[in-house]
Write a protein that binds this ligand. Sequence first.
Ligand code: BEZ
Length: 212
Amino acid sequence: MSLRLGDTAPDFEQESSEGTIRFHEWLGNSWGVLFSHPADYTPVCTTELGLTAKLKDEFAKRNVKAIALSVDPVESHHGWIKDINETQHTVVNFPIIADADRKVSELYDLIHPNASTTATVRSLFVIDPDKKVRLTITYPASTGRNFDEILRVIDSLQLTEYHKVATPGNWKDGDDVVIVPSLQDPEEIARRFPKGYKTIKPYLRLTPQPNK
Ligand code: BEZ
């Protein structure tokens, strides 16, 4: 069965381009982004991995570790990484899991047989420091993911986690946010949102982004 939001991200031990990964231990107290690729030496994946490498500082700012997965062996990954570095003008600075035996692909339901019986789909999981799955997305092999959107969702998840606010549709960093409906205690509201808030409806309360 596929993973659902709130499930514990399955732990595993698997080879990677940076040695053996014991996933939960490797994550430690960080947030994680685990994302799969149809195969090595494929064009869209090459661009995605280059983008991820270039976003290293953005992930680090958010206490996020990125890890990719492809169902090819580790020697193939090493050759592909050279191509990624050359063509995307970067240095791949995160591990790529070598899931040749598809152990992780099965745990994370990454083979969708009606799309392809051999290649993994383009799935991505955001995992919190408690190892809970907080976001799942699945794209077809032919569509590269938008990594600005991944960062935006991580910002939203962390605002909810650490500041008890939610983010409205099309929210961008710096826009007003929504006080979560479960927060009703006036003293806590005053303490958390010293810049004040607007009540549009009792269930729709907007406040300036608290961590700005
Ligand atoms: C790929 O880069 O993985 C890809 C590109 C076009 C169609 C399918 C996959």
